[in-house]
Design a protein around this ligand. Structure first.
Ligand code: CTP
Ligand code: CA
Length: 224
């Protein structure tokens, strides 16, 4: 697929992109987080603006300037991201979940900072599951809406991706291989985009904008 960014092929469309990584608070000063920089989500937002879309960017803990022309909603935790994405994405033409959403959060938030107790071992932090935002989008899908997920996998990358695409009920799943400095915080990315009903699209290592444009090519084709 060439850069179909053929001018404004997303004009008149509303797309929602999530970016960054959620932080799950433990106490007033601590959280459980992840290594997502937000670069891929921001590249998706910028390229969608360039292709004429109205863009809502739901950004979790990202240290990047707001992309010009996008409507940015800042969130912290997975619960906050769920609320913002479902609200903005309910009636959107496409939703792309590029954010790294924490699978678990501390089961109980402590209002006071956890202190050391001399001579005692720390208490374990009990975790509970976060809601799966992408699966929920898949379940609530409106007619004609396109839902896109991302998956960072190790080991059997494509088999894991296929299983995940089916389980989440999305149309497209962008599968990255992670580990050893691949992907996180890098300007470049390589991926395979799996489609629920078609052949995979292999995107060679290149700028995150290039991968973003392939994603929008595939989304635009499904919206037609
Ligand atoms: N995702 C989500 N809500 C969650 C977890 C993940 O919306 N609570 C989304 C991510 O934004 C991503 C996709 O689901 O687009 C896949 O995330 P991933 O972590 O690879 O999938 P999981 O279902 O969490 O499976 P795993 O056990 O492999 O982490
Ligand atoms: Ca996960």
């Amino acid at each position: 697929l060439a850069r179909g960014g053929a001018d404004e092929d997303l004009a008149g469309r509303h797309v929602v992109v999530s970016a960054g990584g959620t932080r799950e608070p433990i106490d007033p000063v601590r959280f459980i987080g992840n290594r997502s920089s937000g670069l891929q989500g921001y590249a998706l937002a910028r390229t969608a603006v360039a292709r004429g879309a109205r863009v809502t960017l739901v950004a979790a803990n990202v240290a990047l300037p707001d992309p010009a022309g996008a409507d940015v909603v800042r969130v912290g935790s997975a619960e906050e991201m769920r609320k913002a994405v479902l609200e903005a994405g309910g009636a959107a033409d496409a939703v792309v979940m590029a954010a790294a959403v924490a699978d678990f959060r501390p089961a109980g938030y402590r209002d006071s900072k956890i202190k050391k107790t001399p001579g005692a071992e720390p208490e374990p932090i009990r975790l509970t599951k976060n809601p799966d935002i992408l699966a929920e989008l898949g379940q609530r899908r409106q007619d004609g809406q396109v839902i896109v997920g991302f998956a960072a996998e190790t080991d059997d990358v494509l088999a894991n991706g296929r299983e995940k695409l089916a389980r989440k009920g999305c149309d497209l799943l962008v599968v990255n291989q992670v580990g050893d400095g691949l992907t996180f915080g890098q300007a470049d990315n390589a991926a395979t985009v799996l489609a629920v009903d078609g052949d995979p699209t292999v995107v060679p290592r290149g700028p995150k904008e290039a991968l973003a444009d392939v994603v929008w090519d595939l989304v635009a084709a499904r919206l037609e």
